[in-house]
Design a binder for this molecule. Structure first.
Ligand code: NAP
Length: 232
């Protein structure tokens, strides 16, 4: 599917990976609504800022009313609290679910009618290698990304009838604010945004964007022993 001439909406487009998505969509010839909790923080020339808090049903509904013609939806907005499931704050654990799972669900449902107006349309859900594997300090986030992975599979089936393709992006650490505290190799978010948009253009349902994600994906069939050798 050619992105040129399309209208896209990117959530969390004011910074990080989302800003790269918005910038590259514009370069590829799309009109871009840049969703942000604070639309005044959108500094991207050519983007149309739109107020959008993915955890707030009123905000999501208002954004859908204020836009038109969207045929590409990128569910990118994300939170990271660092909460662990065994002893982390329930408020943080709920925030991760509200953002990654319910946020993606709410936004996709709100924009599904606009997507349906086109013969061909696309949703890209920004997931993570942590949809597939978990670790302490990341476990509330990982659980929410796992839920969003299942959601992505369901939406792919449920929206196929209206011509909407649904893709997942799996990737490990990116060089953004979210993991500024993490000392580990990180991918360039500009490179990952380009790979993901190439995947959407090619209609790929699953975009596995880095070596870490490919390695974990290859171990899934090995079960606990392959994924968590120290726990098996
Ligand atoms: N960084 C990584 O290592 C990594 C790895 C794999 C996947 N991801 C995923 O990539 C996506 C982008 O993350 P990033 O690395 O670019 O993080 P980031 O730099 O921290 O940016 C997060 C973005 O999400 C927005 N956001 C957070 N909660 C929101 C809400 N309730 N409603 C609307 N927008 C909201 C933020 O807006 P504000 O400016 O208002 O806070 C910001 O624009 C996320 O889904 C993340 O889980 C990141």
């Amino acid at each position: 599917m050619d992105l040129a001439g399309r209208t896209a909406l990117v959530t969390g487009a004011n910074r990080g990976l989302g800003r790269h998505f918005a910038e590259q969509l514009i370069k590829r010839g799309a009109t871009v609504y840049a969703g942000a909790r604070n639309p005044a923080s959108v500094d991207l020339p050519g983007a149309v800022p739109i107020a959008l808090d993915v955890t707030d049903p009123e905000s999501v509904a208002a954004a859908a009313r204020a836009t038109s013609g969207v045929s590409i939806l990128i569910n990118n907005a994300g939170s990271f609290t660092g909460a662990s499931l065994a002893d982390g704050s329930l408020e943080d654990i709920r925030l991760e679910m509200d953002t990654h799972y319910f946020g993606t669900l709410l936004v996709t449902r709100a924009f599904a009618p606009q997507l349906a107006e086109h013969d061909e349309s696309a949703v890209l859900n920004v997931l993570s290698v942590l949809s597939w594997v978990t670790r302490p300090g990341f476990s509330a986030y990982a659980a929410a990304k796992s839920a969003a992975w299942s959601l992505t599979s369901a939406l792919r089936i449920e929206l196929a009838g209206q011509g909407t393709g649904v893709s997942a992006l799996h990737v490990g650490f990116l060089d953004t604010d979210m993991v500024g505290h993490v000392d580990a190799p990180k991918s360039d978010p500009a490179v990952i945004a380009a790979l993901a948009l190439d995947g959407v253009e090619a209609g790929e349902p699953e975009i596995v964007a880095d070596d870490r994600s490919r390695a974990v994906q290859s171990r899934l069939s090995g079960g606990v022993a392959a994924l968590y050798p120290r726990s098996a």
